[in-house]
Write a protein that binds this ligand. Sequence first.
Ligand SMILES: [Fe+2]
Length: 532
Amino acid sequence: MKREMHRRHLFRQMSRAAAALAWQQLFANPASAQVEVAPWTTSANVFSLGVASGEPRPDSVVLWTRLAPLPLMADGGMPPRPITIMWEVAYDEQFYRIARSGSTVVLPERAHALHLEVEGLAPGRQYFYRFMAAGQTSPIGRTRTAPDLNSKPSSLRMALTSCQHYEAGYFTLHREIAEADLDLVLFVGDYIYDTEMPGLTCVRQHPHEFPHDPSKYTLEDYRIHHASYKLDPDLRANHAAHPWLMVWDDHEVMNDYAADTAPDVEDKETFLKIRAAAYRAYFEHLPVSPKRMPTGPDMPMRDRYEWGQLAEIWTVDTRQYRGGHVCRGRPLIGAGEALWRCRAAGAESRTMLGQPQEDWLADTLLASSRDWKFIAQSTQISPGGLRTPLGRVYYADGWDAFPKARERLMSAIGQPRVQNVVCLGGDVHRHVAANLRVDPQDRNSEVVASEIVTSSLSSKGLSEFLSTWMRMSNPDLLHLRSDQRGYVVLDVTPQQLVAEFRGTPHPVMPQSKTQVQARFVIDQGVPGLRRV
Ligand SMILES: [Fe+2]
């Protein structure tokens, strides 16, 4: 206790100039660090990439930062040796009442990134955190723990977000979400984009560009790209304001990749090396648990989170284990590759999640007794194909190209004991509210779940022509708008879920503000959405 008080007093009092000396004193005490590391200071901001938290549990939360005084250099401008970071978690923003504190060492081979699972916290409460390194103190982050597993929380409020192409729009909506009263931010994929946009459609340019040949992508490219996104102050503000849960999609690695294949890289071995680099940089830059640290091209992302007895959230990986592309896709303007009359897509063996993940999801859904069950994954599950006189034309990279896998998932959700399932997705750059049936083309097949897909935070959506065609082709799409960028606020109570689709015209500019585009309700015990 005495040491705690001394440290708090020390950090409040010390000026920047005195910091280096104080650090030497702290590290002279072996108990203050796991490994004794020689002090190192710099005048450049080592916390340029901000702070973040994620994966809240009743007694723990993951804290993240990465030291990078020169963030657009592959090594972040850091010396090639271990550096000690001190951390504090407090009950109050002034850090008068410290809940937990300690120090840990970050390594050059991990880009001096910290993934700290702070344990021993109290359930269902807000905390503040900060880091100290190189004689500097980081910005303060705010986070919260999940409620006690057996408690009955009266509410859960989260923002559903995805798709933030840096060049397509400003990250203004992150600022808006940062200022909102929320428990969680759920990000369901396309955190970075490896692709550039045509000049005239850009509002700004990526500070770093990937090589034109995707087979030449390197770890350095991914690191610098992630760092350049984090230099956006609005994105940093949203990370510092709320704990995040992460789901990934394709652009964190490469457009339309599926397991060990990608349309733009011919050789599998080359692609797996690129995937390993992309996963490694992803891990280094996001507030995910240390247990997700990748091994080569493998990174365990799927997980479950509980919010007392009120809700359970599954974060599902639709990229790492999915079946490859079938048939030869045709470019459909503004909608990626499209398939038509592709018999191979309908094969029973086609998988979106891989068998182990599919089984895990079905088993844990069946075992869950929580009021609400959220399946967070990267894209739209409900059909989005276009009706034509010669048959349906559909997106080659989504669930429409995996109809048997979708049917199996819907059958698992449709078990009588599995109630109140809400599927959450992103990727398609449009707000969607949809009813989900086991057989989506059969109006007599019962509705087993509801789907909420968020529009993009910045990436451009489909044309109005295609959106209208899509709406007319799919009666279960109760709402579909591609013209606005936005996010969805989910207000969950034991009786009801309210989904507020918020939107603002494309492109998002610094002064943009969202308005309510649509509001839907799901009542406990009644699958399907109704507009309010
Ligand atoms: Fe996207």
